[in-house]
Structures are given as structure tokens and as C-alpha cells.
Design a protein around this ligand. Structure first.
Ligand SMILES: Nc1ncnc2c1ncn2[C@@H]1O[C@H](COP(=O)(O)OP(=O)(O)OP(=O)(O)O)[C@@H](O)[C@H]1O
Ligand SMILES: [Mg+2]
Length: 494
């Protein structure tokens, strides 16, 4: 590619405005050229027909004027014919010849000597045969393009001679040239106006695109989501700017959530780590000598490490769910055994707190033996465990928890976990599914919660295309309801 090519390439293909401009120009110029050519051809045809008609009328009129003299064929009559021919030719600016019935030249409007006998010329020959003849040809002698109209002169049914009117086609051509120049001027003027208008239009279209591209570049370099695009238009480009802004807004929100998550996670990790540090310090300082103290310190170390491990596990789980990686989400999961297993795993904890757990399973209304959903069994078990664990954690000793599963509306599974616990304040309800959110910070720190449990549940249920709802009254208890689409059994299952 040479330099010019490269500059042109850059100018054209790196700019939307220039591409639009060139397209407009090409379309308009091409259509103008096409229309002009078409008009010129039509004008030429029309002018020729007009001219031929006028020439024919003149020839006929001249014929009427000289038909007697043609028959007489005397020197005097010849003079009269010559005079009539010259008069008419001068008036019209054409050349006229008159020949007798044998094609011999009788009169000529032009001084240049013609051939004596013109019967060989095509149009004269045809006119002598009695028809009006029109031809265009180039005269070898003068090298001029001529249009000829030859008319027979008749007297008493006999052809007594022929009048031929001739005109140089250059006259018409000159007129056409003038028209062509006018057309070219129009094309040029339209071209200039088009360039101007399309430049304006292209700039108008291009400006938001350029702004968008600049902002996208700035964001990709700096990662700063603070700036928005100005929305000045209401068309598709305006809509694009709006969507772009919405996207920035979302990214900004995601970035905020991400940073908050990291800061919360670090904080949550720091607390037990520092506690572990203090216990270890105390033991190094001599507390490990006393067997009673040592057992006590080791006990707290064990609890702290457990808490740390479970927090790290939660963080890993949630980031795995976020990244979308992870296991199969298309397993057939039978819910009845899953819920029963989960309840049995947590029953010892409930027993310890003297909380009774009851379960109620309503089997598939379609007559199947189980409630089956498509998804991931261990993740679903994790979700139910978290909800049930909360019910046990936030219910005082002597309370009760009930778990039920049933099909609703024929195509959904409903899992309900109800407790008679402390309940959740209505101000906290909208936030309990947020990461690290705890309704009562002091109380939950005692029970060891980090506020990730329900956030994990929400992600898992979303992965199953399900939804979650909660109702709660402070001091009376809470009810968590999970809805997940049931596997639609095919014809073989029905
Ligand atoms: N059944 C319930 N009864 C009363 N409060 C509840 C119940 N379930 C959840 N909560 C409130 O919602 C908050 C968020 O619950 P979540 O399970 O997400 O976190 P957590 O239990 O504090 O910690 P963890 O991450 O260990 O589960 C809890 O701190 C608690 O205040
Ligand atoms: Mg919890």
C-alpha cells in the first residue's frame, strides 16, 4: 500500500462520517448522471422528430409553390424555382435542392456545384418512387452530418420532381451540448450541496458514536465508571446512549458490590484471625502450662478455626456460584429424600436446643412417587440446610420448626420452612438475602453467623430458575418459601 492509499484508507474506513459522506455522494451523483443521460437521449429524439416534421412541411409547401414550374420546365420556370428555393432556404437556415423526375438537378440553395444527377442518393431515389424519405448521413464531400427529408412533387398523379430539405445535425448537437453543460452544472451544484448536507448529517450522527467510543476507551483504561454519556437525541442513537449509560450504571453498581464484598470478606476473616493470634500469644506467654487453661484455650482455638473454615467455604461457594463454573445443573433430584436427609442431619442440633422438627411431604399430584426437579442435588441440599440451620439458630429453646414440600400449580415445587423463632424486623426483611447482612449484629455474632447463608441460598435457587419469599413477625417466627419448577415428565413418565 503506498502512502496515498494508506491515507485514503485511514480517512475512509476509520470514520463512519466519511463512509456516509461517500455513500451519499455516490448514490446522488450516479442517479443524477443516469437521469441526465436519459433526459439528453429523450431530448435528442424529440428534437429530431420536431425538425423532421418542420422540414417535411416546408418541402410540401415549396412543392405547392413550384409544381407548375416543374411541369413547364423552361429557363424562366427554372429561374423561378431557383428563386423560391433560395428564399425559403435563407429564411429557414437550411439547404434545399430540387431535382426533376429523372433526378437531374434543377435548383440548389447553395452555390457549391452539386452533382448533375442526384438519383443515386438514397432519399432522392425513394422520393422519386413516390414516398417521403428521411435519412441522416455524413456527406463525404463536406464531412458534415446531415439530416435529409425528401418529398416527391406530384402533378396529375405523376411524380414530376423531388424537393430535398437538408440540415446540418451539428446544430442539434450544439443545442444538446448546451443542455449537457446545464446538466453538468446541476450535477456539480447538487454534489456540493450534498457534500455539505451529508457532512452535517454525518457529523451529527457521528458525534455520539465518537463520544461513546471515547468513553468506552476511557473506562477500559482507567476502570472508572463515574462518567455518563450526554443523551441529546430521541432516535435509535439516543436509545443506544441510554442503554450505554444503563450499562455503565450496572457496572458501577457491580463494582461497588465487588469492593464491598472484598472489604466485608477481609473484615470477617480478620476478626477470627486476630482472635486466634491472641489465644496463641496467651498460650506462648505461659497459659499452656496450666492444663485447665490449656484445654480452655485449645477449645476456643478449635471453635475459631471452625468458624474461619466455614467462612472460607462460604466465600469459595459464593464465588463459584458467581463465576458460573461448577458442577452439573441437569441432575434429576428427588426432593423427598433430599429434604428428609437434610432434616435428619440437623436433628441432633435441634434436639440439643430442644427444638422439635416436623416434616410434611405431599407427593407429586401427577401420581408419581416423588417430587423431582432438574438441577444440582448437593447445591439444593446446601440451600435447604442453610434455611433450616437459620430456623434452628434463630429459634429459642423449646420452639418448633416445620418443613414441608409439595407440588403447587402442577408445575412447581414449594419448600416451606417455618419456625417459631425470634422473627425478623420488617426493616431488615428486604436485606436479609444480601451478602454479609445480619439483622442483629450482636446476636448473630454470638451464634457465629457471617450473613452469607441466605445470599448463597438465593444464588442456588436462581440457578434452578426458582424464587424465594419470606414472611416474618418479630417474636412470633418466620416462614421461608422456595419455589422451583418441577421437572416436566415426558410421555414415558406420565
Ligand atoms: N429463621 C430466621 N429467623 C430470624 N432471623 C433470621 C432467620 N433466617 C435469617 N435470619 C436473619 O437474616 C440474617 C441473614 O441470614 P444468613 O443466613 O444470610 O446469615 P447468618 O445466618 O447470619 O450467617 P451464616 O452465613 O452463617 O448463615 C441473619 O443474620 C438473621 O438476622
Ligand atoms: Mg444463616
Amino acid at each position: 500500500m503506498n502512502l496515498l492509499d494508506r491515507i485514503l484508507y485511514k480517512w475512509l474506513f476509520r470514520s463512519l462520517a466519511n463512509q456516509l459522506l461517500i455513500t451519499y455522494l455516490l448514490v446522488i451523483t450516479l442517479s443524477l448522471v443516469f437521469v441526465s443521460l436519459w433526459a439528453l437521449v429523450a431530448i435528442r429524439k424529440e428534437s429530431l422528430t420536431d425538425l423532421q416534421n418542420t422540414m417535411e412541411v416546408e418541402a410540401i409547401n415549396l412543392g405547392l409553390e413550384i409544381d407548375n414550374d416543374l411541369v413547364l420546365d423552361s429557363p424562366l420556370s427554372r429561374q423561378r424555382i431557383q428563386a423560391a428555393v433560395e428564399r425559403r432556404a435563407t429564411r429557414l437556415g437550411v439547404s434545399i435542392v430540387v431535382v426533376d423526375k429523372d433526378g437531374r438537378l434543377l435548383a440548389d440553395s447553395q452555390p457549391i456545384a452539386q452533382k448533375e444527377n442526384l438519383s443515386n442518393e438514397q432519399e432522392i431515389n425513394e422520393a422519386l418512387a413516390g414516398v417521403i424519405s428521411k435519412t441522416t448521413r455524413s456527406e463525404p464531400a463536406s464531412n458534415l452530418n446531415m439530416l435529409y427529408v425528401a418529398c416527391p412533387v406530384r402533378s396529375m398523379g405523376e411524380t414530376t420532381g423531388v424537393i430535398r430539405v437538408g440540415v446540418q445535425l451539428t446544430q442539434i448537437e450544439r443545442r444538446l451540448q448546451k443542455d449537457l453543460i446545464v446538466f453538468l452544472e446541476i450535477i456539480l451544484a447538487t454534489g456540493v450541496i450534498t457534500v455539505f448536507i451529508s457532512l452535517l448529517m454525518a457529523r451529527r450522527l457521528n458525534r455520539p458514536v465518537q463520544e461513546m467510543s471515547a468513553l468506552a476507551k476511557q473506562i477500559s483504561i482507567s476502570g472508572d465508571f463515574s462518567a455518563f454519556l450526554p443523551v441529546r437525541r430521541q432516535d435509535e442513537i439516543g436509545e443506544l446512549c441510554l442503554s450505554f449509560n444503563q450499562m455503565i450504571g450496572r457496572l458501577r453498581e457491580q463494582e461497588r458490590v465487588r469492593q464491598e464484598f472484598i472489604s466485608n470478606a477481609s473484615h470477617e476473616l480478620k476478626t477470627p484471625t486476630m482472635a486466634i493470634g491472641s489465644v496463641v500469644d496467651a498460650m506462648l506467654a505461659g497459659a499452656s502450662e496450666d492444663p485447665k487453661l490449656r484445654a480452655q484455650f485449645l477449645g476456643s482455638l478449635e471453635r475459631l478455626v471452625e468458624r474461619q473454615t466455614s467462612l472460607i467455604q462460604d466465600l469459595l461457594d459464593i464465588s463459584k456460584l458467581d463465576s458460573g463454573l461448577d458442577s452439573n445443573w441437569q441432575e434429576e433430584v428427588s426432593i423427598v429424600s433430599l429434604v428428609n436427609d437434610t432434616v435428619e442431619q440437623l436433628r441432633p442440633q435441634a434436639d440439643k436446643k430442644q427444638i422439635s422438627i416436623s416434616t410434611q411431604m405431599t407427593l407429586d399430584s401427577a401420581g408419581g412417587n416423588d417430587l423431582v426437579v432438574l438441577g444440582n442435588g448437593s447445591q439444593l441440599q446446601r440451600a435447604i440446610t442453610n434455611v433450616l440451620q437459620n430456623a434452628i439458630n434463630y429459634t429459642p429453646a423449646g420452639g418448633s420448626v416445620s418443613v414441608s414440600a409439595r407440588a403447587v400449580g402442577g408445575d412447581k415445587l414449594e419448600i416451606k420452612v417455618q419456625d417459631t423463632g425470634v422473627g425478623i424486623d420488617s426493616a431488615d426483611l428486604p436485606h436479609i438475602f444480601d451478602r454479609f447482612y445480619r439483622a442483629d449484629k450482636a446476636r448473630t455474632r454470638e451464634t457465629g453467623g457471617t450473613g452469607l447463608g441466605l445470599a448463597i441460598v438465593r444464588e442456588i435457587i436462581a440457578r434452578h430458575h426458582g424464587s424465594m419469599d419470606v414472611e416474618s413477625l418479630v417474636g412470633r417466627g418466620s416462614t421461608f418459601v422456595i419455589l422451583i419448577p418441577l421437572r416436566q415428565s415426558g410421555p414415558e413418565g406420565a
